[in-house]
Design a protein around this ligand. Structure first.
Ligand SMILES: [Zn+2]
Length: 143
């Protein structure tokens, strides 16, 4: 038995399929790949100035901060341990080198990681779970 293709979203079909990693790391719109995502360092725009995509779907919450702190924290901690074992530097060297490296590493990667997660959220149509067996009485949209 032949499977039927999923229903197509006609508004989505006119846009080329873009790599969410590429558009995310460039901090660009997930639909057109041209418009900027952010207004400032981490504040999202209301919509894409190029294609008009409403960024209201984007809600990465604290996911980017968690991934960035974990990844950079592991890398900097490994560097700290290696420096301690190999050179046994004085503690002030860690204060002026290792600690700022952690802060700069987090700040440098937080923006592209947040943009990447928003792009993945758009491409994979990720959103808050909707449980049909609970009916419509559980949310504020039911009124
Ligand atoms: Zn756009």
């Amino acid at each position: 038995m032949a499977q039927t293709p999923p229903p197509s979203d006609s508004a989505q079909d006119q846009w080329p399929a873009l790599s969410p990693l590429r558009t995310g790391l460039a901090c660009r719109c997930p639909r057109c790949g041209e418009g900027p995502l952010f207004l400032g360092f981490l504040n999202l725009r209301e919509a894409c100035p190029e294609c008009g995509l409403d960024y209201g779907f984007a809600d990465p919450a604290d996911g980017p901060a968690f991934f960035v702190m974990s990844g950079v924290g592991i890398a900097v901690t490994l560097l700290f341990l290696w420096m301690e074992i190999a050179f046994r530097p004085p503690m002030w060297l860690h204060l002026i080198f290792t600690l700022p490296l952690f802060v700069v590493g987090c700040l440098a990667t937080l923006r592209p990681v947040k943009a990447w997660l928003i792009n993945e959220q758009f491409v994979r149509k990720a959103s808050e779970a909707q449980f049909s067996f609970l009916g419509r009485s559980g949310g504020s949209k039911a009124e």
